[in-house]
Design a binder for this molecule. Structure first.
Ligand SMILES: [Zn+2]
Length: 385
């Protein structure tokens, strides 16, 4: 233990126990066959996207060496040699690396890219903004230092039964992952009272953990209350979560078919921004079942529906995409409401049209496909971490 108290180690902070037990050093992570997150030793947020470099490593002793691809822009060279990846979140944490070679290919078309279950998905992935990569070996301060942790996601909402349904979809990701590696995901939950939603304190709204994804889970029931924008139920929560997590997703359950979703998107510009940037996941109610938005006290209805339906398959793939940061980068929540934001007016209009069509057929998959097509040429969250 005394070894850990060296000068370089004191700046680093220990992972909270929820994430620590599943964290790994480099060789442990590779040996485990799990898909994990390369994290900042200081603030524990994702340090940068990392994928295994394939092919030859170039050196005589290289057969044992593990090599990784990182976006070239993330390599920081020190004045007297030595290179590191520095954390963009806290600005202080870093992990030293050794630069091995430059590769010309982009991060978006690497072999670990995943098909998220939509037809033509790979093609969409390949056409997002190209990112030059290079190959490095990790040189952490301590040879067996844990530099990989599980993915960390928090599901929050007002009702346990709704949180259960979103958490079930996330849990399903623990058994699948890119290139055969199973994701390890730590899922935290936060049930919030309506009165708590307006709190500006991050600690009151979200757990004190590094978060890759925050899922705001809401079930449509009763009167059509705004979710975002002025007087929106989750306006403040989304704002607070935006700075805490790489991606914030609104998971909307039991959305009535026909014009309900279109009216919401029309009345709440931020909601359309969330949808066109891949951060709104609407699951339609089956025709004739719930979600008809008749005016009745919402609370009792929601608690009555505690029998959790199995998560729809399209939701699982989309959650994986958000967890991996493969949605367009949006700096601030203010951008979401702007007509020129989130890919521009044309993308927003196309998204709204796709939503109207999809709602008629209760077809989330066709909507998500249209949304993913709007990602073309845009910088993704993972490429800008
Ligand atoms: Zn950091």
């Amino acid at each position: 233990m005394g070894l850990l108290l060296g000068r370089s180690a004191t700046a680093e902070t220990e992972l909270p126990h929820e994430l620590r037990s599943l964290s790994q050093g480099e060789s442990g992570a590779v040996g485990s066959g799990q898909s994990l997150v390369f994290f900042c030793p200081r603030c524990h947020r994702r340090l940068c996207p990392l994928s295994r470099a394939s092919g030859t490593n170039g050196g005589a002793a290289a057969s044992q060496a593990l090599t990784w691809r990182i976006p070239a822009s993330r390599l920081e060279k020190a004045f007297f040699g030595g290179a590191a990846i520095k954390c963009l979140h806290c600005g202080a944490g870093r992990v030293s690396v050794e630069e091995l070679s430059k590769t010309s290919s982009s991060a978006s078309d690497d072999a670990h890219d995943e098909d998220y279950g939509l037809a033509g998905d790979q093609a969409v992935g390949a056409k997002t903004a190209p990112v030059p990569c290079l190959t490095v070996a990790l040189r952490p301060a301590q040879p067996r230092q844990a530099v990989f942790r599980p993915f960390s996601a928090c599901v929050c909402g007002c009702y346990d039964s709704v949180i259960d349904r979103a958490a079930a979809a996330l849990s399903a990701l623990n058994s699948c992952g890119p290139a055969g590696a199973k994701r390890r995901i730590h899922i935290s939950r936060k049930t919030l009272r309506r009165s708590e939603l307006s709190s500006s304190s991050s600690d009151a709204l979200l757990p004190a953990l590094a978060l890759d994804l925050v899922v705001v889970a809401h079930r449509i029931s009763g009167q059509r209350n705004p979710i975002t924008d002025a007087h929106g139920l989750y306006t403040n929560l989304i704002e607070v979560a935006w700075s805490r997590a790489d991606v914030v997703l609104v998971f909307l359950l039991d959305v009535p078919c026909e014009g309900y979703l279109s009216r919401m998107l029309d009345e709440q510009p931020t909601l359309l921004g969330l949808l066109s940037s891949g951060r709104l996941l609407p699951i339609f109610a089956l025709p004739g079942e719930g979600g008809q938005a008749e005016a009745e006290p919402a609370a009792e209805r929601v608690e009555d529906s505690a029998v959790a339906a199995p998560p729809p398959p399209e939701s699982i793939g989309w959650l994986a995409r958000c967890l991996d940061g493969k949605v367009p980068r949006i700096e601030t929540t203010g951008e979401l409401a702007q007509a020129s934001g989130c890919g521009g007016a044309a993308v927003r209009e196309a998204t709204a049209r796709a939503a109207a069509t999809a709602a008629k057929e209760a077809n989330t998959t066709s909507l998500l496909k249209a949304v993913a097509e709007g990602f073309l040429g845009r910088l993704l969250v993972r490429d800008a971490l």
